[in-house]
Design a protein around this ligand. Structure first.
Ligand SMILES: Cc1cc2nc3c(=O)[nH]c(=O)nc-3n(C[C@H](O)[C@H](O)[C@H](O)COP(=O)(O)OP(=O)(O)OC[C@H]3O[C@@H](n4cnc5c(N)ncnc54)[C@H](O)[C@@H]3O)c2cc1C
Length: 503
């Protein structure tokens, strides 16, 4: 093993929503920071999701296999690159709703309260929205949480046919709202991400070093077991050891848990930070189903998502439990998750690559129905040897099914009231499969009690003095809105604490 001769103030592992944002927050503090990222920079061409290539099998999947609970291998849709999954995300940056931080009774069980509340996160949401140049507009959405100020940039306009649908939905008494988006408006890839707004500005500081192609495999503690001393990484087939005073993991909820489990030792036989036996458990990824409206009018297939509907977020007249969040996919040639959800266009794509897909995709309007799943000890990341196993059984499914069918009823009403659609035509729908790990969270939940949480409220491991986790792992419960803004806001919050620690 090659021992690096530097001693860093802090090492960040991973450069996605959590790690990239944290790097930006800490860079100006002048401390010596090393960032280790297993992926590389993505070319502009690889980021461009605007043609049928996005339907190619396993586009944007990690070059490795994970295993389901039956031991069957699958290739997870994960992006290992500078910027992490934000390089392929859709940039919809929503705040959790105030009630999401409280204990909520769902049809499938109780979603536990967070140890911090919306008011604790609100200033960091504002900071994250400014950093990621969020374009949005406070709206009449009944679930909209309070904001101290308007979004930094105005919302984008809806694509013409989507605008017609918005108007028709409003006529049904619903409250469609502009979805807040991180944008940079560059032609190749118009979404703002953690490379652009996190890592690149951080690297302008001479005290910040990034090593790409550096896969961290294990953390080593001092003899007492209370302090992480070394970070072991594989770079170009060689094994390196890096030393720092503070270590921050931001590998994503699955990989951070796997790394902790892989760092077991005599002092930490269940894995590092795992005296609670909760590392890897309570994995959540949300329930996501795509619904397609087949359109007589052609669209470009390449436009941003722009609308969400939260009228059923907390329930409906005849269902007193939360149902979830609806948003449009944007052009179907720009949504990598859509292409994964059988049995729709993606199936055709796999059997007839290139043929007819563009025709179908440009004659469709896509919708996502998204419902929070609940933490479950048996939904977990495990290591079998050095293989990652994902045990995941969806829960809270009735609420999700009701959301889908309620939404299809709304779409039928739309199709009767405006031109451009074929009323009475079926609405193909498909659930995101296990391989879609886009919204993974919850594997190292934060909380006050070391017996029921892995991290303390500052996201420091209860068991260690200098180990932090700032990716999606810290979520104690999931929400129906997407997680990235909350991961970014949390990284800024923890960053403030770390700046104090580094003084
Ligand atoms: C197609 C797609 C669309 C999405 N759209 C949205 C959206 O519109 N809105 C939203 O809120 N969310 C969206 N998401 C989810 C969002 O991207 C994630 O919630 C967010 O990126 C998670 O942040 P993270 O920091 O936890 O992990 P990531 O962003 O995944 O970052 C983890 C980083 O760690 C690196 N890494 C992993 N293991 C190691 C290791 N052992 N050593 C070194 N480096 C390592 C990875 O390469 C990566 O750079 C989407 C996700 C996908 C895949």
């Amino acid at each position: 093993m090659i021992i690096d001769d530097q001693n860093y103030d802090l090492i960040i592992v991973g450069t996605g929503a959590g790690g990239g944002t944290l790097a930006h927050k800490l860079a100006a503090a002048g401390k010596k920071i090393l960032i280790l990222e297993r992926g590389d920079f993505m070319s502009a061409a690889a980021q461009n999701r605007s043609d049928v290539d996005v339907f190619k099998r396993d586009q944007y999947h990690a070059p490795e296999q994970w295993y389901d609970s039956a031991g069957e291998p699958f290739s997870p849709q994960m992006n290992y690159a500078v910027g992490g999954n934000t390089k392929i995300y859709n940039g919809a940056l929503l705040r959790l709703r105030e009630q999401d931080f409280e204990a909520v009774k769902h049809q499938g069980g109780i979603s536990p309260a967070w140890c911090l509340k919306y008011a604790d996160f609100a200033p960091y949401y504002t900071e994250a929205e400014a950093l990621y140049q969020v374009h949005g507009q406070s709206s009449s959405d009944p679930t909209e949480p309070s904001h101290s100020s308007e979004y930094p940039f105005p919302a984008i306009e809806h694509q013409a046919q989507v605008q017609d649908v918005v108007t028709a939905i409003e006529k049904q008494g619903l409250h469609p709202a502009s979805i807040p988006l991180s944008l940079n408006l560059q032609a190749e890839d118009p979404t703002g991400d953690a490379e652009m707004y996190g890592i690149n500005p951080a690297l302008k500081y001479p005290n910040v070093t990034l090593k790409t192609g550096a896969k961290v495999v294990c953390l080593h503690t001092n003899p007492s077991g209370r302090v992480v001393k070394g970070v072991e990484a594989e770079i170009g087939g060689q094994c390196y050891l890096f030393l720092a005073n503070i270590i921050v993991l931001a590998c994503g909820a699955v990989n951070s848990a796997a790394l902790l489990l892989n760092s077991r030792s005599d002092l930490h036989p269940q894995g590092l930070a795992n005296s609670s036996d909760l590392v890897g458990r309570n994995l959540m990824k949300g329930l996501m189903t795509a619904v397609v409206q087949l359109s007589k009018k052609q669209n470009s297939g390449v436009f941003s998502r722009s609308i969400y509907v939260n009228d059923f977020y907390w329930g409906d007249q005849d269902f007193a439990y939360p149902m979830g969040h609806i948003y449009n996919t944007g052009g179907l040639l720009t949504d990598p998750i859509f292409t994964e959800a059988p049995p729709m266009l993606s199936v055709l794509a796999k059997f007839m690559p290139g043929f007819g897909i563009k025709q179908l995709a440009t004659h469709s309007i896509g919708w996502w129905a998204q419902t929070a799943d609940l933490p479950d000890l048996d939904n977990r990341v495990r290591l079998i040897g050095n293989k990652i196993q994902i045990n995941y059984t969806p829960n809270n499914t009735e609420a999700h099914d009701r959301l889908i069918y309620r939404w299809i009823e709304i779409l039928k009403g739309v199709e009767k009231s405006i031109d451009g659609f074929q009323p009475g035509v079926l609405h193909p729908k498909g659930e995101a499969p296990l391989a879609v790990m886009a919204h993974q969270c919850g594997t190292c939940r934060f909380g006050e009690d070391p017996q029921t949480s892995v991290l303390d409220p500052n996201c420091r491991a209860h068991d260690l003095d200098n180990l932090y986790v700032v990716d999606g792992s810290f979520f104690p419960s999931n929400a129906s809105v997407s997680p990235a803004l909350t991961i970014m806001a949390n990284a800024l919050r923890v960053g403030e604490h770390l700046i104090d620690q580094l003084q």
